[in-house]
Design a protein around this ligand. Structure first.
Ligand SMILES: *[C@@H]1O[C@H](CO)[C@@H](O)[C@H](O)[C@H]1NC(C)=O
Ligand SMILES: *[C@@H]1O[C@H](CO)[C@@H](O)[C@H](O)[C@H]1NC(C)=O
Ligand SMILES: *[C@@H]1O[C@H](CO)[C@@H](O)[C@H](O)[C@H]1NC(C)=O
Length: 864
């Protein structure tokens, strides 16, 4: 009896203990804290941000085929040795088993650094990853992906829908599609997160929503729009998310202005929006369209992202109005992939008051259509129909998530690698900072006429300047422009700095900050290793190649001729100048590469090539007279901006039809500033003795006096005007002597009243006689013997605009004169107005009052 009681007692005791243990394990499960695991590491270690990474071994359920390894090479662009320098390698399927709270959304981050581990070739690694029931990766090659993105390492982030089991199983297995493949992983992070996904409106179907809550999401992009990089440790939402600068994704030249909430503005979370949605820093900065409503009405503020086809995406827009406080002040439409996602968005109306963050989600399906090129477009435009007080739009943050398909799959295809850059392993580091991501563009430069070139520039570095280029000092330069897409990026600046320094030049940090520094690997990859089939222009400086960067953006890559020793100055002048100059009628410099003796400039790609090839020596369709006039006007605006719009007067020095390029909309853009030099404000003695420029366009006064002024450009432009009218080269040695030089011949014909005989016969009947008179009179004035007699570029521009009026509306042109024909000062103002409208970017800093009014106003608005 006694024994029985005793047994009962023990049984009860045991029960109590067990119960307690279970209760305790429940408590610890309800808040297991984040798991931050360095795979293959034997002990805990801190990364460069001070976050502790634990060893992964005790989470691995069967580790018989899992080995630990250390990478042989530490890429300088790795943000930290932890967790990337150690890896867990799998030759058969293995599972991480991590206990997590039930019914809770989870954030899972996987880190991959494709490198040589234990003599395994990273190119042999193809693998899959499954988390609970979702396929995250399939036949994935970290090596190919990293190469395509020119990144050293890849981070993939997923948000897993809540599961009823208290377990997260992450299974990693070598791909069965490739023989002898192995799998690896360097880091795993697991966080519990609030369920921050509600059904999202399906774009294009006003009555449909997509149920996001039950799906697994992959983060494609996470941007602090108009603001700076926010690192994992600065994500106050507790999820260690990284937020990137949006600049690299902006499409086109018109990128609006950025602003930051004043210190005394309070940003206040609401019940709906808390730090787990986005940290305050995201809401404190914004990008808007700019101060000029008229300009804003004519463009879309647009971002473009690379995505995988055949998936649904949720685009999350974060807003917070901190500049305005009333309804209907700033109302705009939001477009996603050419469809209206949201008409008449009014942030104040949504949030109730200023300083309150809101976000909106829109879902869109991206199908596999040839014209979309696996891109996702986001655009904003003022909602004119609402007659808001300001024609403007605003955005503070943007996230794009991919949703699993109906089979629970999130994996896309590996990017298609083209030619592998030689030495790829060593050149994967890359750059930071700004890139103007205009997906179109061009860059045909030079071409023909090589014989006419005197000392056309160029290039090469023998003396490599190994001066350290301290990127941490140049704010925007340390930025992390890369997307989370596929990805990861160069993360915190520290290690990037050291990675870059050997390739650095002594360019001012300003230029370095405004334009992107490419690695030679990226350039070789983008131009298929300088494949001859990609050459789009040749000149004394070397060749221009058509190329691709960031997986799809077309660019023109200008590679200086390695046999020339001249040109370091020109190279750097061009970078310095172009990176500071942004104008609708100037070709934008995207970045540069100065490595292993190469000097390479990367420009926007101009789809329609040079003006010359559309005038003669090409089989292109004939340009109409009106189009030609518009192109001349565009080029004149670009030159006028160079002469008066920037801080210093900039003299182009090589104005000619091959340096006037045409984008896909036939807008003219002036290119090639390698020969440019600034005007009287700067010391010019060191170049004035060298004659540069192209025969046929050269200012005779420049020959006589070796003195360069902006009027030398005006002379060359006069030659361009006749070239456009007559469709013949500036110099044609095969003609009778008096006809060789177009400038001389056109002037003599004009003076004899015989101009009509040398006009491009294809224009017959198209030109209004008054227009022709104005046009030829303008060209003649440009060709005056003495600079002082030539008009300014502003006057030339005004006269060309007038000629266009005469062509289009001869009757009303009289009014144009009466109303606008200005005295000199008024003409200048008129010009400024024209520039104002064109210079949507207004990046040029200026402290020069003469023409700076417009620009400084814009600069202040940026308020960075
Ligand atoms: C998308 O789906 C279509 C039709 O099922 C298929 O032909 C195409 O290859 C898929 N594209 C991608 C990138 O998976
Ligand atoms: C802005 O984008 C929308 C949608 O793609 C398009 O319909 C509209 O024409 C664009 N507006 C401008 C000014 O480019
Ligand atoms: C994602 O997977 C879940 C679970 O399998 C499913 O309920 C959901 O519909 C899927 N999402 C989409 C967009 O197909």
């Amino acid at each position: 009896m006694k024994t029985k009681t005793l047994i009962l007692f023990y049984v009860i005791l045991l029960f109590t203990i067990l119960n307690k243990a279970e209760a305790q394990s429940k408590i610890s499960q309800s808040n297991p804290g984040p798991y931050i695991l360095a795979c293959g590491a034997s002990s805990d270690a801190k990364d460069s941000d001070g976050r502790t990474w634990r060893s992964d071994s005790k989470f691995l359920s069967s580790s018989k085929d899992a080995i630990t390894a250390t990478a042989q090479y530490q890429d300088p662009s790795l943000p930290s040795a932890v967790p990337y320098m150690t890896a867990r390698i799998f030759t058969s399927q293995s599972t991480y088993n991590i206990s997590v709270p039930k019914n809770n959304r989870l954030l899972l981050r996987l880190h991959f650094y494709p490198s040589i581990y234990s003599n395994l070739n990273p190119n042999d690694s193809y693998f899959g990853v499954i988390a609970n029931e979702f396929t995250l990766l399939k036949n994935f090659s970290a090596s190919i992906t990293a190469r395509a993105l020119t990144q050293a390492y890849i981070v993939r982030e997923f948000s897993l829908s809540p599961s009823q089991s208290g377990n997260l199983n992450v299974t990693i297995f070598p791909s069965s599609q490739q023989n002898g493949s192995y799998a690896f992983v360097n880091g795993i992070e697991v966080f519990t997160m609030p369920d921050i996904f509600l059904p999202a409106a399906l774009v294009g179907f006003s009555d449909q929503t997509v149920d996001v809550g039950s799906s697994c999401l992959q983060t494609m992009t996470r941007l602090n729009v108009g603001g700076q990089y926010i690192s994992a440790i600065n994500d106050s939402g507790g999820l260690d998310r990284t937020w990137y600068d949006d600049t690299p994704y902006l499409f086109g030249a018109a990128s609006g202005v950025t602003s930051q909430a004043d210190k005394d503005v309070k940003i206040q979370y609401s019940n709906d929006v808390t730090e787990s949605i986005a940290p305050l820093n995201v809401y404190r900065t914004a990008r808007s369209m700019g101060p000029n409503g008229t300009v804003n009405k004519n463009y879309n503020l647009t971002w473009v992202f690379q995505v995988d086809a055949n998936f649904t995406y949720v685009v999350r827009f974060h807003f917070c109005e901190f500049q305005l406080d009333k309804l209907n002040q700033r109302v705009f439409d939001i477009f996603v992939n050419n469809q209206t996602a949201q008409p008449s968005a009014d942030v104040i109306a949504w949030a109730g008051s200023p300083g309150v963050p809101v976000y909106k989600d829109y879902a869109v399906y991206v199908s596999d259509q040839p014209d979309y090129d696996e891109e996702l477009w986001v655009a904003m435009h003022p909602s004119a129909s609402m007659k808001p007080e300001y024609y403007d739009a605003i955005l503070n943050g943007l996230e794009i998530f991919k949703l699993n398909d109906t089979e629970g799959n999130l994996a896309g295809l590996n990017p298609t690698p083209s030619v592998m850059p030689t030495g790829a392993e060593k050149t994967k580091e890359f750059s930071t900072s700004r890139s103007s991501n205009s997906a179109h563009v061009i860059g045909g430069i030079a071409g023909g006429a090589a014989g006419c070139v005197i000392a056309f520039v160029v290039i090469i570095v023998i003396t490599r300047k190994k001066k350290n280029f301290n990127r941490s000092k140049s704010g925007s330069c340390s930025g992390n422009w890369l997307p989370i897409y596929g990805s990861s990026h160069t993360s915190t600046s520290k290690s990037t700095i050291s990675g870059r320094s050997s390739a650095g030049s002594h360019l001012s940090s300003l230029a370095g900050g405004l334009c992107r520094h490419f690695s030679l690997g990226e350039i070789k990859y983008g131009s298929k290793n300088f494949d001859e089939s990609r050459v789009i222009g040749v000149g004394g400086f070397g060749k221009v190649y058509k190329g691709v960067i960031d997986g799809g953006t077309k660019v023109a890559i200008k590679r200086s001729n390695p046999s020339s020793e001249q040109g370091v100055n020109e190279f750097e002048t061009e970078i310095e100048m172009l990176s500071k100059l942004r104008h609708k009628h100037l070709v934008s410099l995207i970045g540069f590469c100065e490595e292993q003796g190469e000097m390479i400039l990367v420009y926007d790609y101009m789809a329609n090539g040079t003006l010359r090839e559309h005038l003669y020596r090409g089989d292109k369709p004939c340009l109409s007279w009106k189009k030609r006039l518009e192109i001349c006007i565009g080029a004149a605006k670009g030159l006028h901006y160079l002469h008066t719009g920037a801080k210093y007067t900039i003299i182009h020095r090589d104005v000619k039809t091959t340096n006037i390029l045409l984008d896909e909309n036939w807008e003219a853009k002036v290119s090639d500033f390698g020969l440019s030099k600034t005007g009287p404000n700067l010391n010019q003695t060191h170049v004035s003795t060298m004659v540069k420029g192209s025969f046929g366009y050269l200012d005779p006064e420049y020959f006589r006096r070796q003195q360069l002024t902006e009027k030398s450009d005006v002379y060359s432009f006069g030659v361009v005007l006749f070239e456009v009218l007559c469709a013949r080269p500036a110099l044609n040695p095969s003609l009778p002597k008096e006809q060789v030089s177009l400038a001389d011949w056109a002037l003599s014909c004009l003076r004899k009243g015989e101009l009509g005989e040398i006009i491009d016969p294809r224009l017959e009947g198209q030109i209004n006689p008054e227009c022709l008179e104005k046009f030829s009179e303008t060209a003649e004035k440009c060709l005056a013997d003495h600079g002082i007699e030539r008009p300014s570029m502003g006057d030339v521009l005004w006269n060309l605009e007038f000629a266009l009026q005469l062509q289009e509306n001869p009757d009303q042109a009289a009014n144009f004169v009466a109303v606008e024909k200005p005295d000199h000062a008024a003409a200048h103002l008129q010009m400024l107005r024209i520039i104002d409208e064109d210079n949507v970017l207004g990046e040029e800093e200026t402290d020069d009052s003469s023409s700076g009014v417009v620009f400084s106003q814009m600069v202040n608005q940026r308020g960075r």
